[in-house]
Write a protein that binds this ligand. Sequence first.
Ligand SMILES: [Zn+2]
Length: 136
Amino acid sequence: MNKANAEFERVKPMVAARQGWHCLLCGTNTHGDAWPGHSTHHRQLRRHCDPTYRHSPANLVRLCGVDNSTGCHGWVHTHVPEAERFGYIVPSGMDPRLVPVMDWRGDWWWLSEDGTARRLSQIEVIRMGINRKESE
Ligand SMILES: [Zn+2]
């Protein structure tokens, strides 16, 4: 196993625990091996991502689906505009550490590099919406 893969394997359980083992998109409990399985998704796609945060917990979320064509992991890769809107895909050139992600309950989270997450306040969510409209 190369160093990058070792890092990915090390971070995966941290990411799952941060979300309480739920699929971040639909909320299914992905603890264990029950259908539809689970996988760890790179918000900024692995090949586009700056190596300094490629396998950072800030760039990773746990989703249901055993690969990137099944479950919510499959949905994300086939619905890119919607996935970008909710922070599941971070366009190349943007820093995933600065792009919050929405969970299955509708809460938005900043994902930190140390494996923790901080929920955005309502004010922050509103400001984010305003900024988004202004930039369109
Ligand atoms: Zn799911």
